[in-house]
Design a protein around this ligand. Structure first.
Ligand code: PEP
Length: 249
């Protein structure tokens, strides 16, 4: 039985005072909830704050991106080892905003995945199709390409550390959620794709859904057999809403 995992992606939101209120509220509400795992991916400057607020609680924290390089002359980059210094458990890789706005292609995403996994972090690999790709009937081809690039570069030993987040681009921040059936179909496809390399790994793999998850639709999504929790953007910035989503898991 796979445990559900709910992770908040704060994106570029927050400040010290707001974050403190949110982190304290989450720790108070979720610390005795043992039925699922919870985390938040915060902007880099607030990793220390997340570590201070959440150490000793059942909540984990992580980053929204990671460099593919270990160290060196890469101005502005943050390495996986640096994330480890702040106790991070997760690093998002290949979020659609990174792919679309910062030109991260499959090869770069795969390198970031490898860097994160080698450093002992759990990479949350984001995959998903655009609206045009869905309407063009190539959802599975796109998701397969995004997955295969990482499996090939990382190998199964490192891929075994991963979480996959299926995030249809048309559902992120738009208020349009995939129906539970639409999401389930792609999740099942992802699991079968991974099973072609290893059935055992596929059965263990946590596959989160992301894209306008709210308290009002979380339970139906999480009830689907291959949906193992959620990656939550906007709704993770509101303590009550995020807690309710976590409770649904
Ligand atoms: C995300 O940023 O990964 C996301 C799913 O955002 P939202 O929940 O706001 O659609």
């Amino acid at each position: 039985m796979r445990r559900k995992l709910v992770v908040g992606n704060w994106k570029m939101h927050g400040n010290l005072a707001q974050n403190q209120g949110l982190l304290d509220a989450l720790a108070a509400a979720l610390n005795d909830r043992t039925g699922a795992d919870f985390g938040v991916c915060v902007p880099f400057p607030y990793l220390f704050q997340a570590q201070a607020a959440l150490t000793g609680t059942r909540l984990s924290w992580g980053a929204q991106d990671v460099s593919e390089h270990a160290q060196g002359a890469y101005t502005g980059e943050v390495s996986a080892a640096m994330l480890n210094d702040f106790g991070a458990r997760y690093a998002l890789v290949g979020h659609s905003e990174r792919r679309a706005l910062y030109g991260e292609d499959d090869e770069r995403v795969a390198k970031k995945f490898v860097a994160a996994a080698r450093a002992g972090l759990i990479p949350i690999l984001c995959v998903g199709e655009s609206l045009g790709e869905r309407e063009g009937g190539v959802t599975e081809a796109v998701v397969a390409r995004q997955l295969d690039a990482v499996i090939e570069a990382a190998g199964l030993d490192l891929f075994a550390r991963a979480v996959v987040a299926y995030e249809p681009v048309w559902a992120i921040g738009t208020g349009k959620t995939a129906t539970p059936e639409q999401a389930q179909a792609v999740h099942a496809f992802i699991r079968e794709r991974v099973a072609q390399a290893s059935r055992e790994l596929a059965d263990r793999l946590t596959i989160q859904y992301g894209g306008s998850v709210k308290a009002a639709n979380a339970a139906q999504l999480f009830a689907m057999p291959d949906i193992d929790g959620g990656l939550i953007g906007g709704a993770s910035l509101v303590a009550e809403e995020f807690v309710a989503i976590c409770m649904a898991a």
